[in-house]
Design a protein around this ligand. Structure first.
Ligand code: FES
Length: 240
């Protein structure tokens, strides 16, 4: 697997905090998979960034990213038809083989992005989405029905944490992505109630291909590389 040059289809400021970047990609991409992205002209001078897939439809990959440093600031300046280098689609992605089940998606922060695509794949189930924010609510319109919102500030929905309003016993499967403290709580609740869960981990990644070991995490089965063995892990193998 190697980096390929692709032309940007669109790159724009979608919300106060997030940009949406899209490019053409013919091979199927699973929810939970990600791409390593690098701008062509900066070559090795710029670190490559892992960005998860927020939507894939009609041969177009869409990603959401937050401008947090020099690298993502450079991405935000890219225009339609500029070339970037991408490596992917990487990682295992979510297991979505749960037809007709009661399913909850629990997410927060930038972890909301991959769950938008996951929610589309799971739309034929009885699906409930729990989204936690600090204050400002963003992209709730990307989810269809049954959305439950919590904000720490109380600006919208339940005042507090999203885990306050989650009863995992109502569900057969729970998927989570977002701040680690939130995912740990969700997984613990699921493990205690013997509910199947999946968590998508976020780690700093240098290579994205399993070679550098910068993304290692501890699991019940020993150390695993988040980029290659994950980023999605079964909840009962984590934080135990
Ligand atoms: Fe290099 Fe995972 S990022 S091994």
């Amino acid at each position: 697997m190697k980096y390929e040059k692709v032309a940007i289809v669109n790159n724009y400021k979608k919300t106060e905090e997030f940009y949406e970047l899209s490019f053409k990609w013919e091979e199927e991409v699973k929810p939970g998979q990600f791409f390593m992205i690098s701008k062509v002209n900066f070559g090795e001078l710029m670190l490559k960034r892992p960005i998860s897939v927020y939507n894939y439809k009609d041969g177009i990959v869409k990603m959401l990213y937050r401008v947090v440093g020099k690298g993502t600031k450079l991405f935000s300046c890219l225009k339609k038809d500029d070339e970037i280098c991408v490596l992917g689609a990487l990682g295992n992605g979510f297991n979505t083989d749960y037809k007709g089940k009661n399913i909850a998606i629990v997410c927060g922060g930038i972890g909301i992005a991959p769950m938008v695509y996951l929610s589309q794949k799971l739309c034929e189930n009885n699906l409930h989405i729990y989204v936690g924010y600090k204050d400002e609510v963003f992209i709730p319109e990307c989810f269809k029905d049954n959305i439950h919102i919590a904000t720490e500030s109380g600006k919208e929905g339940h005042k507090g944490f999203v885990t306050d309003i989650l009863d995992v016993k109502k569900y057969d499967v729970v998927y989570t992505c977002g701040p680690e403290i939130m995912m740990q709580k969700v997984v613990k609740m699921c493990n205690e109630n013997k509910v199947k869960s999946y968590a998508s981990l976020e780690k700093y990644m240098a290579c994205g291909m399993g070679a550098c070991l910068t993304c290692v995490c501890d699991t019940k089965h020993g150390k695993k590389r988040v980029c290659l063995d994950g980023p999605v892990f079964e909840g009962d193998t984590l934080w135990i």
